[in-house]
Ligand binder design. Sequence first.
Ligand SMILES: *Cc1c(COP(=O)(O)O)cnc(C)c1O
Length: 432
Amino acid sequence: MLYPHLAVKDPDIHRIILSELDRRRRGIDMIPSENVTSVAVLDALGSILTDKYSEGYPGKRYYGGNEFIDQIEELARERAKALFGVTHANVQPYSGSPANQAVYMALCNPGDTVLGLSLAFGGHLTHGLKVNFSGVYYHATNYVTGADGRLDYDAIQKQAEELRPKMIVCGATAYPRQIDFQRMAAIAQSVDAFLLADISHIAGLVVGGVHPSPVGHADVVTTTTHKTLRGPRGAMILCNGLPSTPLKSVERTRENIPTLVDRAVFPGLQGGPHNHQTAAIAVALKEAAAPEFKIYAKQIVSNAQTLADALIQKGYSLVTGGTDTHLILMDVTTRGLTGIEAEVALGKAGITVNKNSVPNDPRKPFDPSGIRFGTPALTSRGMKEPEALEIAEYMDAALCHHTDDSFLSDIQRKVTMLALKFKPYPELDAAL
Ligand SMILES: *Cc1c(COP(=O)(O)O)cnc(C)c1O
């Protein structure tokens, strides 16, 4: 039996977890920010490390008994540094949003101008949405994509010159093309701004060598560990330089970024690190350093491009006309649907996507024109180009018959047959 102790102690939670596993096994999850971790990562995540308090950093803790916790955090930091080619890594942020918050706190004063990609054009909440901390405590300004849906670097340059931001944020949650980090760095340097590259979505592609790295261009890099990187929910802050001795006041200069970042994470924003999460991040980083991970990353992009090409051939309208990454943004209004209708129809067919705004969307954010989907999770399950083509057929069929529930459940049966051939956690199946 899976999770036998839980089954005895709390049958309600146990039953619900098994239902969620069953949902994953029978469907195809295409939320581009989701993935399937290894059971080794899950082992570390579910370990006894969760019980330990260890405020501070390795060698400088506010609690005793941390000799082994120190070894774990050191390993995670060393692996992160080696994998991304940086000299400093903070692996304590609880998740991507707190990691970004820490960088704002490290590099900006409240009220400073920050320039980031608008949420409505693919940016993240933490890149300057008015109701997010980034828009409440900072003077958040936004750039948008050009008419072709791609970043317009000339326009960003002009805007940066007008606004003179303290920090520019690049990176996205719904952008299907490569980001030119070198160009963004040139823009930031020309106006003496810090550049934060948030590679949460694409970290696995960067590690796998199928997306250029921001390292060497951006002053600071943040990333979640649970998206294409295929680790546990968590985040890291990466930069070059070394932290200085603590306790003296530190000016906001480039040289001081490692110290500023460490202090912003703790004690600035967080208390005790989540040591089970740190251990699981270390495991995921080891997996990402293995040669197979490069093959995996290539396959993610190849699957996404195969799917994108098939949908274009069927007459669908993709933002920017395709993808360089793991992610596809599709305007469904050209086929007479809204994003919600498409999300619901695909959901009934066993394919999970999310409704999403498209650039210059005439519709409202909670009822947008598009859907966003991607291939990291299905690629982790071992699906390749033939399956991507099969999925394109099912998506098209579901969208063409979106009001016909019995047709949709027919599709769902086919989707389930495909899904069951590619188990998300094969090792767990043995215990079911
Ligand atoms: C997912 C994401 C985040 C936030 O991560 P959470 O773990 O959900 O807080 C931040 N930035 C970008 C670009 C993301 O895609």
